[in-house]
Design a protein around this ligand. Structure first.
Ligand code: F6R
Length: 365
């Protein structure tokens, strides 16, 4: 059942504190504050390069993973959509690591990319939610997301648990490669262990987010989402979620790209959702917000108390999420983005769990 919620999507949004914790606990040792991955049939520390491949929301988890793995583990990362990768004739040096991310484990393009990578000398690791799936079976190794069954077509808890696995992979690989010391490993993994409690606090903002959805997004024809760094994939995810369940046109942009074209779209009829946790890129995003507001744009900011204090006068509305280590912010900020899309769709009266034209597992190309 829906556990007292109106839709599976709402139930699955609210399950996130639990399933994020479950996924993390399978890899985190509380006493030593270290991350241990399951045994892998290849030498992870020796991989010279990582290629991250998936579709849709799962691909956006991979995009966050790329920011983490480059910054923290100092390993080169390529990223592609499975439907592009497989037809690109990509050149791959033997012994690289290919990471496939999939809730269903049955996505046709992701599976085809996996087969290509196997044939081209890659170690194939999949992050899947369905352990008996084809992608899981055909991979050399699997890191499971413990999200439980996801029924709503729009991915929610699968996405945040994919992020948890990628964060653990990042910490473990960084440690193996000597890119971080034990202190940093302990700090990053402790930040991860706080996420379930912080995620529960985010869910308390549900009524506020519903009010913003109703007043600002439901009446809109187009919505822009902006973010920088590891918040950029969340801007893309916010736009994807809104499109697929509310049928409102939305675009996610890297905040720094605004002045290269999309700022021409800004007027009072286009709400702009800004994802801006306090991190080293906050000031840059804040000046983009200024540019948008100067052109009459109506801005909603998701930040923390410090960031909200700095943008409150500019933004039409701002939600202060709990302050967290910037490393884990993408996991936390995924949640209000889902809530915003959910409440907009409910308000519009669409079929939230079964949006038109979409299937839960895309087994055709
Ligand atoms: C969006 C969504 C899709 C899936 C995509 C990949 O909310 O659910 O974009 O993320 O179809 O599906 P999996 O993860 O099953 O490979």
């Amino acid at each position: 059942g829906k556990g007292g919620h109106r839709h599976f999507m709402a139930k699955e949004i609210f399950e996130q504190p639990q399933v994020i914790g479950d996924t993390l606990n399978a890899m985190f040792n509380p006493a030593a504050r270290t991350i241990t991955l399951p045994a892998l049939p290849f030498d992870l520390a020796a991989v010279p390069r990582i290629t991250m491949i998936a579709c849709g929301t799962a691909s956006l988890a991979g995009m966050v993973g790329r920011y983490w793995l480059e910054r923290v583990a100092r390993v080169p990362v390529d990223w592609d959509l499975a439907s592009e990768f497989r037809y690109r004739a990509p050149v791959m040096a033997d012994g690289g690591l290919a990471v496939f991310i999939s809730q269903s484990g049955e996505t046709a393009d992701t599976l085809a990319a996996l087969r290509y990578c196997k044939a081209h000398g890659q170690h194939c690791l999949s992050i899947v939610n369905a352990p008996e799936s084809t992608i899981a079976r055909e991979s050399h190794a699997v890191l499971p997301t413990l999200a439980g069954p996801e029924i709503g077509v729009a991915s929610t808890k699968a996405f945040t648990t994919q992020l948890v696995v990628l964060a653990c992979l990042t910490i473990a690989l960084a440690k193996m490669r000597g890119a971080i010391d034990h202190e940093t490993e302990a700090r990053l993994s402790s930040a991860l262990t706080e996420v379930p409690a912080r995620a529960a606090e985010v869910l308390n903002h549900d009524e506020r987010i519903r009010a913003i959805a109703q007043s600002m997004l439901t009446p809109a024809r187009d919505v822009l989402y902006l973010g920088r760094g590891s918040s950029y994939p969340l801007a893309l995810e916010g736009a994807l979620k809104l499109k697929e369940i509310s049928y409102i046109h939305a675009e996610g942009y890297a905040a720094g790209e605004m002045k290269h074209g999309p700022i021409a779209l800004i007027d009072e009829s286009v709400p702009v959702v800004v994802i801006a946790p306090s991190d080293p890129l906050f000031d840059k995003t804040a000046s983009n917000v200024q540019e948008v507001v100067a052109r009459g744009g109506k801005v909603v900011v998701f930040s923390d108390p410090e960031g909200v204090a700095r943008l409150r006068d500019l933004a039409l509305d701002a939600i202060a999420l709990p302050a967290v280590d910037p490393f884990v912010a993408p996991i936390l900020y995924a949640i209000p983005v889902q809530q915003l899309a959910y409440h907009t769709a409910v308000d519009k009266g669409t079929d939230v769990d079964q949006p038109r034209n979409l299937a839960k597992a895309v087994t055709v190309e």
